[in-house]
Design a protein around this ligand. Structure first.
Ligand code: SF4
Ligand code: SF4
Length: 340
């Protein structure tokens, strides 16, 4: 029983930190329409800093590390990073764009509990246009290769639904089935926050060209209604039908700027995001709380500004939460059972 995790759900203090999302780099080999991560930074966390961090995280109860970025597989020492967390008995999830699977998965997969691949279209025309590089064919090869050598590895797609791909939702489900992966997952595009490097690079926050117009929202509802129910029942699609329909409501609300579907989230009580430079964020979208290079993580997480943020998230007072596309809601039961 994880009583400390249960305590997290009811207090503003962090007693344990079961989930961490670690951006190991801001470098990326794709050029997605909704993200500005491109080049590696000169001052990204070093392997020595990550090793120290792994020890610190273990002491405060880390159960799952989620590697993100940027493209994690671009780090030449990524295997060493996985090895470090494996020594601490931590479950490892890799979020990847899939470009380097064929080259690198053989050494990485043995450390992984879960592999999540971003797929933004079922056809090269759609996927590659959104991702800015001819890539779908190579990613599919990488997935086939991975399935061949690690048939038991839990593999899923994550698709960001937006103007240029919502008509392909059914085709993406079929592509997942064809490639024999475990499940597919969807979320609507975020254009309102400064996440994904948009605060400081070429892609503007509030770029509404990725959003759907009123006719397209109706079309999206029809697309979702056309999905075979069995994919929801079997959880091949991770989100329930109602959640997918909520995405249509999100796009509809984005047209009027109000009436967004309710968001239930306790991400900052259960997790934190650590950027490639060691900034500590309460979640993908909220402003930084501090930096690892300046203080111990637990001091940052339990400083007054962090507690105030959690209090406001709990009270649903933050504007950012109201338009959030990627919340996390760990129930008390899941926290107690340490189901992360
Ligand atoms: S969304 Fe992911 S794959 Fe696309 S540019 Fe950003 S980091 Fe790279
Ligand atoms: S709702 Fe979104 S913005 Fe608010 S705390 Fe959760 S993840 Fe962060």
């Amino acid at each position: 029983m994880n009583f400390k995790a249960l305590l997290n759900t009811i207090s503003d203090k962090i007693h344990t930190l079961p989930i961490v999302i670690l951006y190991v780099t801001e470098g990326c080999n794709l050029k997605c329409a909704m993200c500005s991560y491109r080049d590696r930074l000169s001052d990204e966390l070093t392997i020595e800093e990550i090793e120290k961090l792994a020890g610190e995280l273990t002491e405060i109860g880390l159960k799952r590390i989620v590697f993100s970025g940027g493209e994690p597989l671009l780090r030449t020492d990524f295997e060493q990073i996985c090895e470090t967390f494996a020594k601490h008995n931590v479950k490892q999830t890799l979020l990847t764009n899939g470009m380097l699977l064929k080259k690198k998965i053989e050494k990485i997969a043995p450390y992984l509990d879960e592999l999540i691949i971003s797929i933004d279209g079922a056809t090269p025309e759609t996927h590659d246009a959104i991702r800015g590089v001819n890539s779908l064919a190579l990613i599919k090869e990488g997935i086939k290769h991975t399935k061949q050598i690690f048939p038991e590895l839990n593999i899923s797609f994550r698709t960001v639904i937006q103007k240029n791909n919502f008509r392909e939702i059914n085709d993406i489900v079929r592509l997942g089935l064809d490639l024999n992966i475990n499940r597919v997952s969807f979320l609507p595009v975020d254009v309102f926050s400064e996440a994904f490097g948009r605060e400081h690079k070429e892609i503007a926050v509030n770029d509404s060209s990725l959003l759907l117009n009123a006719d397209e929202v109706n079309e999206l509802r029809a697309v979702i209604n056309g999905i075979d129910k069995k994919y929801f029942d079997s959880h091949f699609i991770s989100e329930p039908y109602n959640k997918l329909m909520g995405f249509a409501e999100y796009f509809s609300s984005s047209l009027s700027g109000s009436g967004y579907p309710p968001v239930y989230c306790n991400a900052p009580m259960m997790s934190t995001v650590i950027t490639a430079r060691g900034d500590i964020l309460p979640c993908f979208f909220l402003p930084k709380l501090g930096n690892l290079r300046e203080k111990l993580l637990i001091q940052i997480l339990n400083a007054d500004n962090a507690k105030t943020t959690r209090k406001k998230v709990k009270a649903f007072e933050l504007e950012r939460c109201k338009t959030c596309v990627c919340s996390l809601n760990v129930t008390k039961r899941a926290a107690l059972k340490s189901d992360f």
